[in-house]
Design a protein. Structure first.
Length: 485
């Protein structure tokens, strides 16, 4: 976003500045309801949640009364006259299950708010410092797919996992950046849930929301068509709530520039697994497993709305000379994301790759791609099994001639190191005997036995490997040393 965003409420801005350490919590996602077991990978202490509960309520009311109510029509005001906001405390609510109800309740679990607060602050710091936000998205995938259980507990929370310095909150520019991001997100979340209240609640029912899970019990084409039809209706309900939210943004001339990063994070916050066996299963999952379907059509609808009302949104930017370009770029961001979120192969790869990551793999970096590289100032010994090797890995589960890099470190007879092919990170640990080495090769949840042979005085290696289980397969590695000792 940037300095051009107009100040919409002096009172709101003052509150945001005074509450800079927590206001990003309002970016918490209402889109998904993650599995409780995954949610327990990190637990915000109940006393901490209780400390934040009242402040969340106060700032929510300030957003609603100061920014949203003035933009409502008399009919809308009447419909929302008794809306209330609830902030339940508890470890079971660490799963982004924001929702509204026919009793005019908008429910926002405190643990979810605290989690997204950390994510939003990390996004602000990384972007301001010129770092890639891909590690942030990868962290969301690790969390969603249960990978944090392999991490040390002190490294599981977002800011710790992503290497955000402890004094980052003292940087006024960082605070301002995440405030700007959060104002967009909190308004959209609130307006979306209010949109559900405005349009009323029909009985979609558990059957519809669990349509995909019920499929194996009721096979057949009729079941598939019923599932798609009913989940399609759920999609329409969510898109209608989006339309109400975006219309409110239009009325106050506020371009929702913070939403692409919001949607990017939430698109990763869903476990990927057995559903991705076929395109049909993927389509059903997009509609059903994501309880509030965040698919490409929904995101593209937002892009189309902004493009169609660009004149109103441009009024909300201070610099008329750049307003048109900024709106065009925003629409492009939405459109690009819309093309990515439905890509089955991309999501499966992201899930598989991030399960191989540890905290050290998510440290701040400039580039989007994560590569295994030597440590700063690292020197290798002038012996076989020491240095940077590059070559190919072949396996019946990997494919043919995939590029691989190995960073091998020799300490006497012990051999350790890091590996990478595609985006899969791995580690080796074993022992050297003459021109041979026997090591354990771990890539995520797959463990392999790797038998290596040094050739040409250590200038190259060849190896065979076999996984402990059939799902990892077997294969070969050939590589040549490209570093100088």
């Amino acid at each position: 976003m940037g300095d051009e965003i107009m100040t919409w409420s002096n009172q709101l801005q003052r509150s945001l500045w005074q509450s800079a350490t927590w206001v990003t919590a309002f970016g918490a996602v209402y889109l998904f309801s993650l599995d409780t077991a995954l949610a327990q990978q990190i637990i915000y202490p109940i006393p901490l949640q209780q400390e934040w509960q009242q402040e969340f309520l106060e700032v929510t009311l300030e957003n609603y009364r100061g920014l949203m109510e003035p933009a409502l029509t008399p009919q809308e005001m009447d419909r929302l006259s008794n809306v209330r906001f609830e902030f339940p405390v508890g470890p079971h609510d660490q799963n982004f299950n924001f929702y509204s109800s026919s009793e005019n309740r908008v429910v926002m679990p405190v643990a979810s708010l605290l989690f997204f607060k950390d994510l939003a602050f990390a996004a602000a710091w990384l972007s301001l410092k010129g770092y890639s936000i891909i590690p942030l998205l990868d962290y969301a995938s690790v969390f969603a797919n249960g990978g944090l259980v392999r991490w040390p507990e002190e490294k599981r929370f977002p800011k710790d996992a992503l290497g955000i310095p402890a004094d980052a909150g003292s940087n006024a520019e960082v605070v301002k950046r995440y405030q700007e991001m959060v104002v967009d997100i909190v308004l959209f979340v609130l307006a979306h849930e209010l949109g559900h209240i405005m349009q009323g609640f029909e009985e979609i029912g558990d059957y519809d929301r669990h349509c995909w899970e019920d499929r194996p019990k009721k096979k057949g084409r009729k079941k598939d068509s019923d599932c798609l039809r009913k989940l399609g209706r759920l999609r329409q309900v969510e898109q209608s709530a989006d339309s109400f939210a975006l219309e409110l943004f239009r009325r106050i001339n506020r371009p929702p520039l913070g939403l692409p990063i919001f949607f990017s994070i939430t698109s990763r916050l869903q476990p990927v697994g057995e559903f991705a066996l076929s395109n049909k299963d993927w389509d059903l999952w997009v509609l059903g497993k994501r309880e509030h379907p965040l698919d490409g059509r929904r995101i593209q609808a937002a892009a189309n709305f902004i493009a169609a009302n660009r004149a109103d949104f441009e009024k909300g930017l201070r610099n008329p000379a750049t307003a048109s370009t900024r709106i065009t770029n925003s629409v492009s961001e939405f459109t690009k994301l819309a093309s990515l979120v439905d890509d089955r192969s991309l999501f499966v790869t992201q899930a598989d790759c991030t399960l191989t990551y540890g905290p050290e793999d998510l440290m701040p970096r400039k580039g989007a791609v994560l590569d295994v590289v030597p440590r700063d100032g690292e020197r290798f010994v002038a012996k076989p099994w020491s240095g940077v090797y590059e070559g190919t890995v072949v396996g019946n589960k990997i494919g043919q001639s995939t590029a691989i890099r190995l960073i091998l470190r020799r300490d006497g007879a012990r051999l350790t190191g890091d590996t990478q092919y595609l985006c899969f990170r791995g580690r080796v640990d074993g022992s050297i005997t003459g021109d041979m080495a026997a090591v354990r090769w771990t890539v995520g949840n797959i463990r392999r036995t790797l038998t290596m042979h040094a050739e040409a005085a250590g200038a190259s290696i060849r190896a065979t490997w076999r996984s402990d289980t059939d799902e990892g397969g077997d294969g070969t590695v050939t590589a040549t040393r490209v570093s100088s000792p």
